[in-house]
Design a protein around this ligand. Structure first.
Ligand SMILES: *Cc1c(COP(=O)(O)O)cnc(C)c1O
Length: 356
């Protein structure tokens, strides 16, 4: 049976915020997409409805056993007033990778993407136009069955909400200070590191708070087995430029397969730069820094796109990178990716999808 999208529009629209003062993830649009799953019946009742709180049984399994996955992508308004998505098929697919790991049902990727496009069209007035602003899209899926027993839920809800967001670098791009985390780990081999599941973020908060107290903005995560190898930076993938070559940790099951990471790798290879996806030890990186070979470092993710790293602190080693200035390659990647996302740079890889 084919799914049929029902639309019920809000009778009263919310007042729009001041689009010049948008932060991140605090304001939500007039509508949302919801679809339910029940065992035996599968996915049913896909609908676009007025944005509103969800009503859940206190015994809903998501509250107790944490079956919850999410995605994050953006819609961009171009100068010509078109609305573009950036590689949304990748996010839909990754949601299914997460669902698989958390033992949740698969979604019909093409159908959910089509529903998302409808939702964006309905709430298109909420997409800001100032440089660097966008509409953040948050699909998520939760276990809804009321049951206090540890097993996969028999019912789920998939929801997509939209949030207009301001420019990440409203005050200009500034390299961040990073604490290399030696006490806590984010993920381990065989765990859930390659799934975008809520528990990973719950497990990361304490390290983040302790790093803040020490004066750092983010943590660099090392592997959970030996505590030696670099995995990610905060909720971003991480890259280093060493003697003209680019290093990034290879996907090993405990690293999230970022869409931005994948795009950066394609761009770098297209530009003919030597790229190595490999296991990188902190010791090796520190040695490269000591030899004056660590030229640039940056994180990659949908929110910031590219986040330059100006300082890394690992045990006794305080490593300043590129004089705490934004590196040339870092800037070129940021300009190219955002250029493609806003339709200003030729999209030679066919990454953007036009909604309007
Ligand atoms: C979402 C996320 C990323 C970045 O993924 P993008 O698809 O580039 O936004 C990287 N690491 C973690 C842990 C994440 O949750």
């Amino acid at each position: 049976m084919a799914l049929q999208l029902e639309v019920s529009l809000a009778t009263e629209k919310k007042e729009k915020p001041d689009f010049n003062k948008l932060g991140f993830g605090q304001i939500f649009t007039d509508h949302m997409f919801v679809m339910d799953y029940s065992e035996g019946k599968g996915w049913h009742d896909p609908r676009i409805v007025p944005y509103a709180p969800l009503t859940l049984d206190p015994a809903a399994m998501v509250f107790h056993y944490g079956q919850s996955v999410f995605e994050g992508l953006k819609a961009y308004r171009t100068r010509e007033n078109n609305i573009l998505l950036f590689r949304p098929d990748k996010n839909m697919h990754r949601m299914n990778v997460s669902n698989e790991r958390i033992d949740m049902p698969q979604i019909d990727e093409a159908f959910v993407l089509e529903a998302l496009r409808e939702l964006i069209k309905i709430d298109q007035d909420w997409i800001p136009s100032a440089p660097g602003t966008s509409l953040y899209i948050r699909p998520f899926m939760i276990a809804t069955e009321p049951y206090l027993g540890v097993r996969p839920s028999h019912s789920y809800k998939l929801v997509i909400i939209l949030s207009p967001v301001g420019a990440y670098y409203a005050g200009g791009m500034k390299p961040v200070k990073i604490h290399v985390e030696s006490k806590y780990v984010r993920a381990v081999r065989g765990g859930t590191g390659n799934a975008k599941t809520a528990g990973n973020y719950a497990a990361s908060l304490k390290a983040q708070s302790e790093a803040k107290v020490l004066g750092y903005e983010q943590v660099l995560w090392l592997d959970g087995v030996e505590g030696k190898y670099i995995e990610e930076v905060g909720a971003m993938n991480v890259f280093f430029k060493v003697k003209g070559e680019i290093w990034t940790p290879a996907l090993n099951g405990s690293i999230l397969d970022g869409v931005t990471r994948n795009s950066v790798l394609q761009l770098l290879r297209d530009w003919g730069l030597p790229v190595h996806e490999k296991r990188i030890s902190m010791e090796e990186l520190q040695q490269a820094h000591a030899n004056g070979e660590l030229e640039e470092a940056f994180g990659t993710g949908t929110a910031a796109v590219i986040s330059p790293i100006g300082e890394l602190n690992w045990n006794q080693h305080q490593m300043f990178i590129n004089g705490q200035e934004v590196g040339e390659l870092t800037m070129k990647l940021y300009d190219t990716l955002t250029g493609i996302q806003y339709g200003e740079v030729e999209d030679k890889f066919g990454w953007t999808v036009k909604v309007l």
